[in-house]
Each structure stands twice: as C-alpha cells, then as structure tokens.
Write a protein that binds this ligand. Structure first.
Ligand code: HEM
Length: 179
C-alpha cells in the first residue's frame, strides 16, 4: 500500500483524536516500518489493518464508520492535490466512471506497485448509477466515504445503497440515486 494512505491516515487520526493517538497506534502495534512513511514508498497493507483494528477497539468505533470518515479526509486531500481530475468532469457520475478508466490508470503508471481496486460500471442513467467495487483489501467502506464526498463536491444530493456481493466483502455493489 502506498505511503500516502498511511501518512493521510495518521493525519486523519491526529486532526480528530490528537497526535498522542498516532503515537499510541505505533507503540501498540509495533509496525515493521516503525511507523515512518513517505508518500511514494510502499508498505505492508497489514500495518493499516493493525492501526484500524487497534483504534476501533480502543474507541469502540465500527471499523466501517472509521473507514468512511477516513474516506472523507482522503477525498479532501485528493480534491486539493489533483484538481485536474475533478475539473475534467462536470458531475459525480462522470467523475466516478473516470476513476477506473483514467485516474487509477494514471496512478498505476506513476506507481506500478500501487494496489488499486477495480470499479465496474454496471449501469448508468442521468439519475442512477450502479457500480461494483472489487478488491482483495476489502476497503469498500473507504470507497463509500469517497463517493459521499464526490456527490458533495459536485453539489449533488443522493442516496448511496451498498450491497455486499458474495461472502468475503471483496466485491460490493454501490447504487447511487440522485435526488
Ligand atoms: C483524484 C482522485 C483519486 C486519486 C488521485 C486516487 C489515488 C489512489 C491511490 C494513490 C491509492 C493507493 C494505492 C495503494 O495504496 O497502493 C488509491 C486507493 C484507493 N482508491 Fe483511489 N484515488 C482517487 C479517487 C478515488 C475515489 C473517488 C474512489 C472511490 C470511489 C477511490 C477508491 C479507492 C480505494 C477504495 C482505494 C483503496 C485500495 C483498495 O480498495 O484496494 N479512489 N487511490
């Protein structure tokens, strides 16, 4: 997993729960990396899982909620740092469709070792879009948070319906209905 995910996860924790919590996560989970990440480096995904597990247990928070909130934070970072991807689209459906066929393609070119999810657009009308998320990392709740902020970014209101396909959570359907 790319370092940017870790550095932004720590930023998210620090902004909302204080720097001491970041320290505690590193201290208590003893990551192989020592908890030192650079944006372009790659690190074991299980370090993120350990942080999330420890944090959610300590705070009695549902991991899916923590990931969704982290998704909101990450979206703000992306929309500041990669404005061109947002300007290229004039609505959330166009933007969401461009993740798989453009944005993540560019990410993969820059970082061949990036571990990216797959998004398949199943159907799309003016007001409804169905897309499938597939990833062994099972971070669909992170995707959910990113989609929520995408709607907000384009000043659109809507409902996001989530349905886990299969048993292990590696495939999830999002149905987005605009109001
Ligand atoms: C400008 C916008 C975006 C950029 C630059 C971007 C870039 C990235 C990068 C660098 C990673 C980390 C890959 C790794 O750790 O190896 C990532 C992962 C991910 N991205 Fe994007 N992304 C963007 C928008 C989105 C949006 C809007 C969504 C959701 C609909 C999304 C869903 C995800 C998810 C869920 C992951 C976690 C990895 C996984 O689930 O397998 N991304 N993205």
């Amino acid at each position: 997993m790319k370092g940017i995910v870790f550095t932004e996860f720590f930023q998210f924790i620090e902004d909302n729960f204080g720097y001491e919590m970041v320290d505690e996560l590193i201290e208590e989970t003893q990551p192989a990396s020592g908890g030192i990440y650079t944006a372009v480096g790659s690190y074991p995904f299980n370090e993120l899982v350990s942080y999330l597990t420890y944090f959610c247990k300590k705070k009695e928070m549902d991991p899916a909620l923590a990931l969704r909130l982290f998704g909101h934070h990450l979206f703000n970072v992306f929309s500041k740092n990669y404005q061109q991807f947002f300007k290229a689209q004039n609505g959330s459906f166009g933007f969401l469709a461009s993740i798989d066929n453009h944005i993540h393609v560019e990410v993969a070119k820059l970082y061949p070792d990036a571990e990216l999810p797959k998004f398949n657009i199943i159907s799309q009308t003016e007001t409804e879009m169905v897309m499938h998320y597939t990833s062994e990392r099972k971070l669909h709740a992170l995707a959910h948070g990113l989609i929520e902020k995408t709607l907000e970014h384009y000043h659109q209101k809507g409902e996001i319906n989530t349905q886990v396909l299969g048993e292990d959570g590696s495939q999830v359907q999002f149905k987005i209905t605009l109001k």
